[in-house]
Design a protein around this ligand. Structure first.
Ligand code: NAI
Length: 344
């Protein structure tokens, strides 16, 4: 049996992985703890680790895993900003699930927008107390409004289709525009200045870190709605809070938060919240926060398990690893993926 240490396990992760590993020679050792320097030792005797968005996969963890004989890090997610791909090169192969359900994330983005705009979360609470007043619930029609989409990859494009279904005007920014998509690409500044709603669907990179900050907020229309289902560090949270207090930002719909890693996915209801910035955000009536749940549909979980196991099998069988990525991918011919089917 090939053993893989599965970190940050949640109850909803196991059924899919147990289903798709049945009858294979892959066995998962499930750990609830996250991967970091202190917990890496739990993978002793395993050939690889399976990790998620808030596991720490820095150079120190990679070196420790490598010294223990680990040769595969399988990300059960699309984003890989938590992995030091430079440190892993020529030591440990990295695979990910590039797409498992763009619909799950795009639909959640729209769900948050509708909930926030039409105050569904507040109406739910009011009517449960037999308070049928409508005061403070005035929204606006989405039809005819302009949505600015930053990042027109898989999720961004599904979100655009949904918005078009609502009769919205779509503008977008992406340094790599999708050809023949009929999308109206504009500069980032133009997008900030024209959009009634801004939705972030780009990855977290050096270029996109804090793409929403005090300078970009200054350019925005008064009352703009901001949706972030991508990564927390795309937004400077202090600047966002200032923008909300100054009434430039009309509402924020956040599925991710820049300091989420030790808070999200866990029940903290019995603890005093130590993160004052998060507490401030949550206290604001025009902020809706979900705990990085945009991916969480049964369809997505099935796809994540199936594709991760296919990735592991490709590695074990020595086949082409189509979902492998590395520091040099697409940037230089040091990466051998095009020629040899593997990055190194
Ligand atoms: P994708 O790789 O298909 O698309 C990303 C797009 O962003 C590409 O078109 C790329 O050209 C563009 N981009 C790159 N640099 C940019 C920049 N500087 N400015 C604007 N656009 C830029 O990725 P996909 O699948 O659409 O996912 C997008 C992001 O969604 C992921 O990076 C991840 O952070 C996040 N995500 C969040 C989930 C959640 O549960 N909240 C689940 C899955 C993904």
């Amino acid at each position: 049996m090939h053993k893989f240490a599965f970190f940050d396990t949640k109850p909803y992760d196991r059924p899919g992985f147990e289903k798709y590993s049945e009858g294979t020679d892959i066995e998962f050792k499930f750990f609830e703890t996250k991967l970091d320097e202190d917990t890496a030792g739990l993978a002793e005797g395993c050939e690889g680790v399976v990790v998620f968005v808030n596991d720490t996969v820095n150079a120190a963890v990679i070196d420790k895993l490598y010294s223990m004989g680990i040769r595969l890090i399988a990300l059960r997610c699309a984003g890989f900003n938590n992995v030091d791909t430079r440190a892993a090169f020529e030591k440990i192969h990295i695979v990910r699930v590039p797409a498992y359900s763009p619909y799950a994330v795009a639909e959640h983005a729209m769900a948050m927008l509708l909930c926030s705009l039409r105050r569904i979360h507040k109406a739910y609470n009011r009517t449960r107390e037999f308070n049928f007043s409508l005061n403070g619930f005035t929204g606006f029609d989405l039809h005819g409004k302009t949505v600015g989409v930053i990042g027109t990859g898989k999720i961004g494009r599904v979100f655009i289709d949904i918005c078009r279904g609502f009769g919205m005007k779509v503008i977008a920014y992406d340094p790599y525009p999708a050809k023949d998509s009929g999308i109206d690409y504009v500069s980032l500044d133009e997008l900030f200045a024209s959009a009634d709603i801004i939705s972030l669907h780009c990855p977290l990179t050096k270029e996109t870190e804090y793409i929403i900050n005090k300078d970009s907020i200054k350019l925005m229309k008064k009352g703009v709605f901001i949706i972030n289902t991508s990564r927390g560090q795309l937004i400077d949270t202090d600047d966002l809070i200032e923008g909300i207090k100054n009434k430039i930002i009309g509402a924020a719909c956040l599925d991710v938060y820049e300091e989420e890693s030790n808070i999200f996915f866990e029940d903290n209801s019995g603890h005093i919240m130590q993160d004052d910035t998060l507490a401030r955000l949550i206290s604001m009536p025009n902020v809706i926060l979900t705990s990085h749940q945009a991916f969480l549909t049964s369809d997505a979980l099935e796809n994540i398990a199936k594709i991760t196991i296919e990735n592991i099998q490709a590695f074990l069988n020595g086949n082409e690893i189509k979902n492998e990525l590395c520091y040099h991918c697409g940037k230089s011919d040091i990466c051998k993926k095009e020629r040899a089917g593997k990055c190194f």
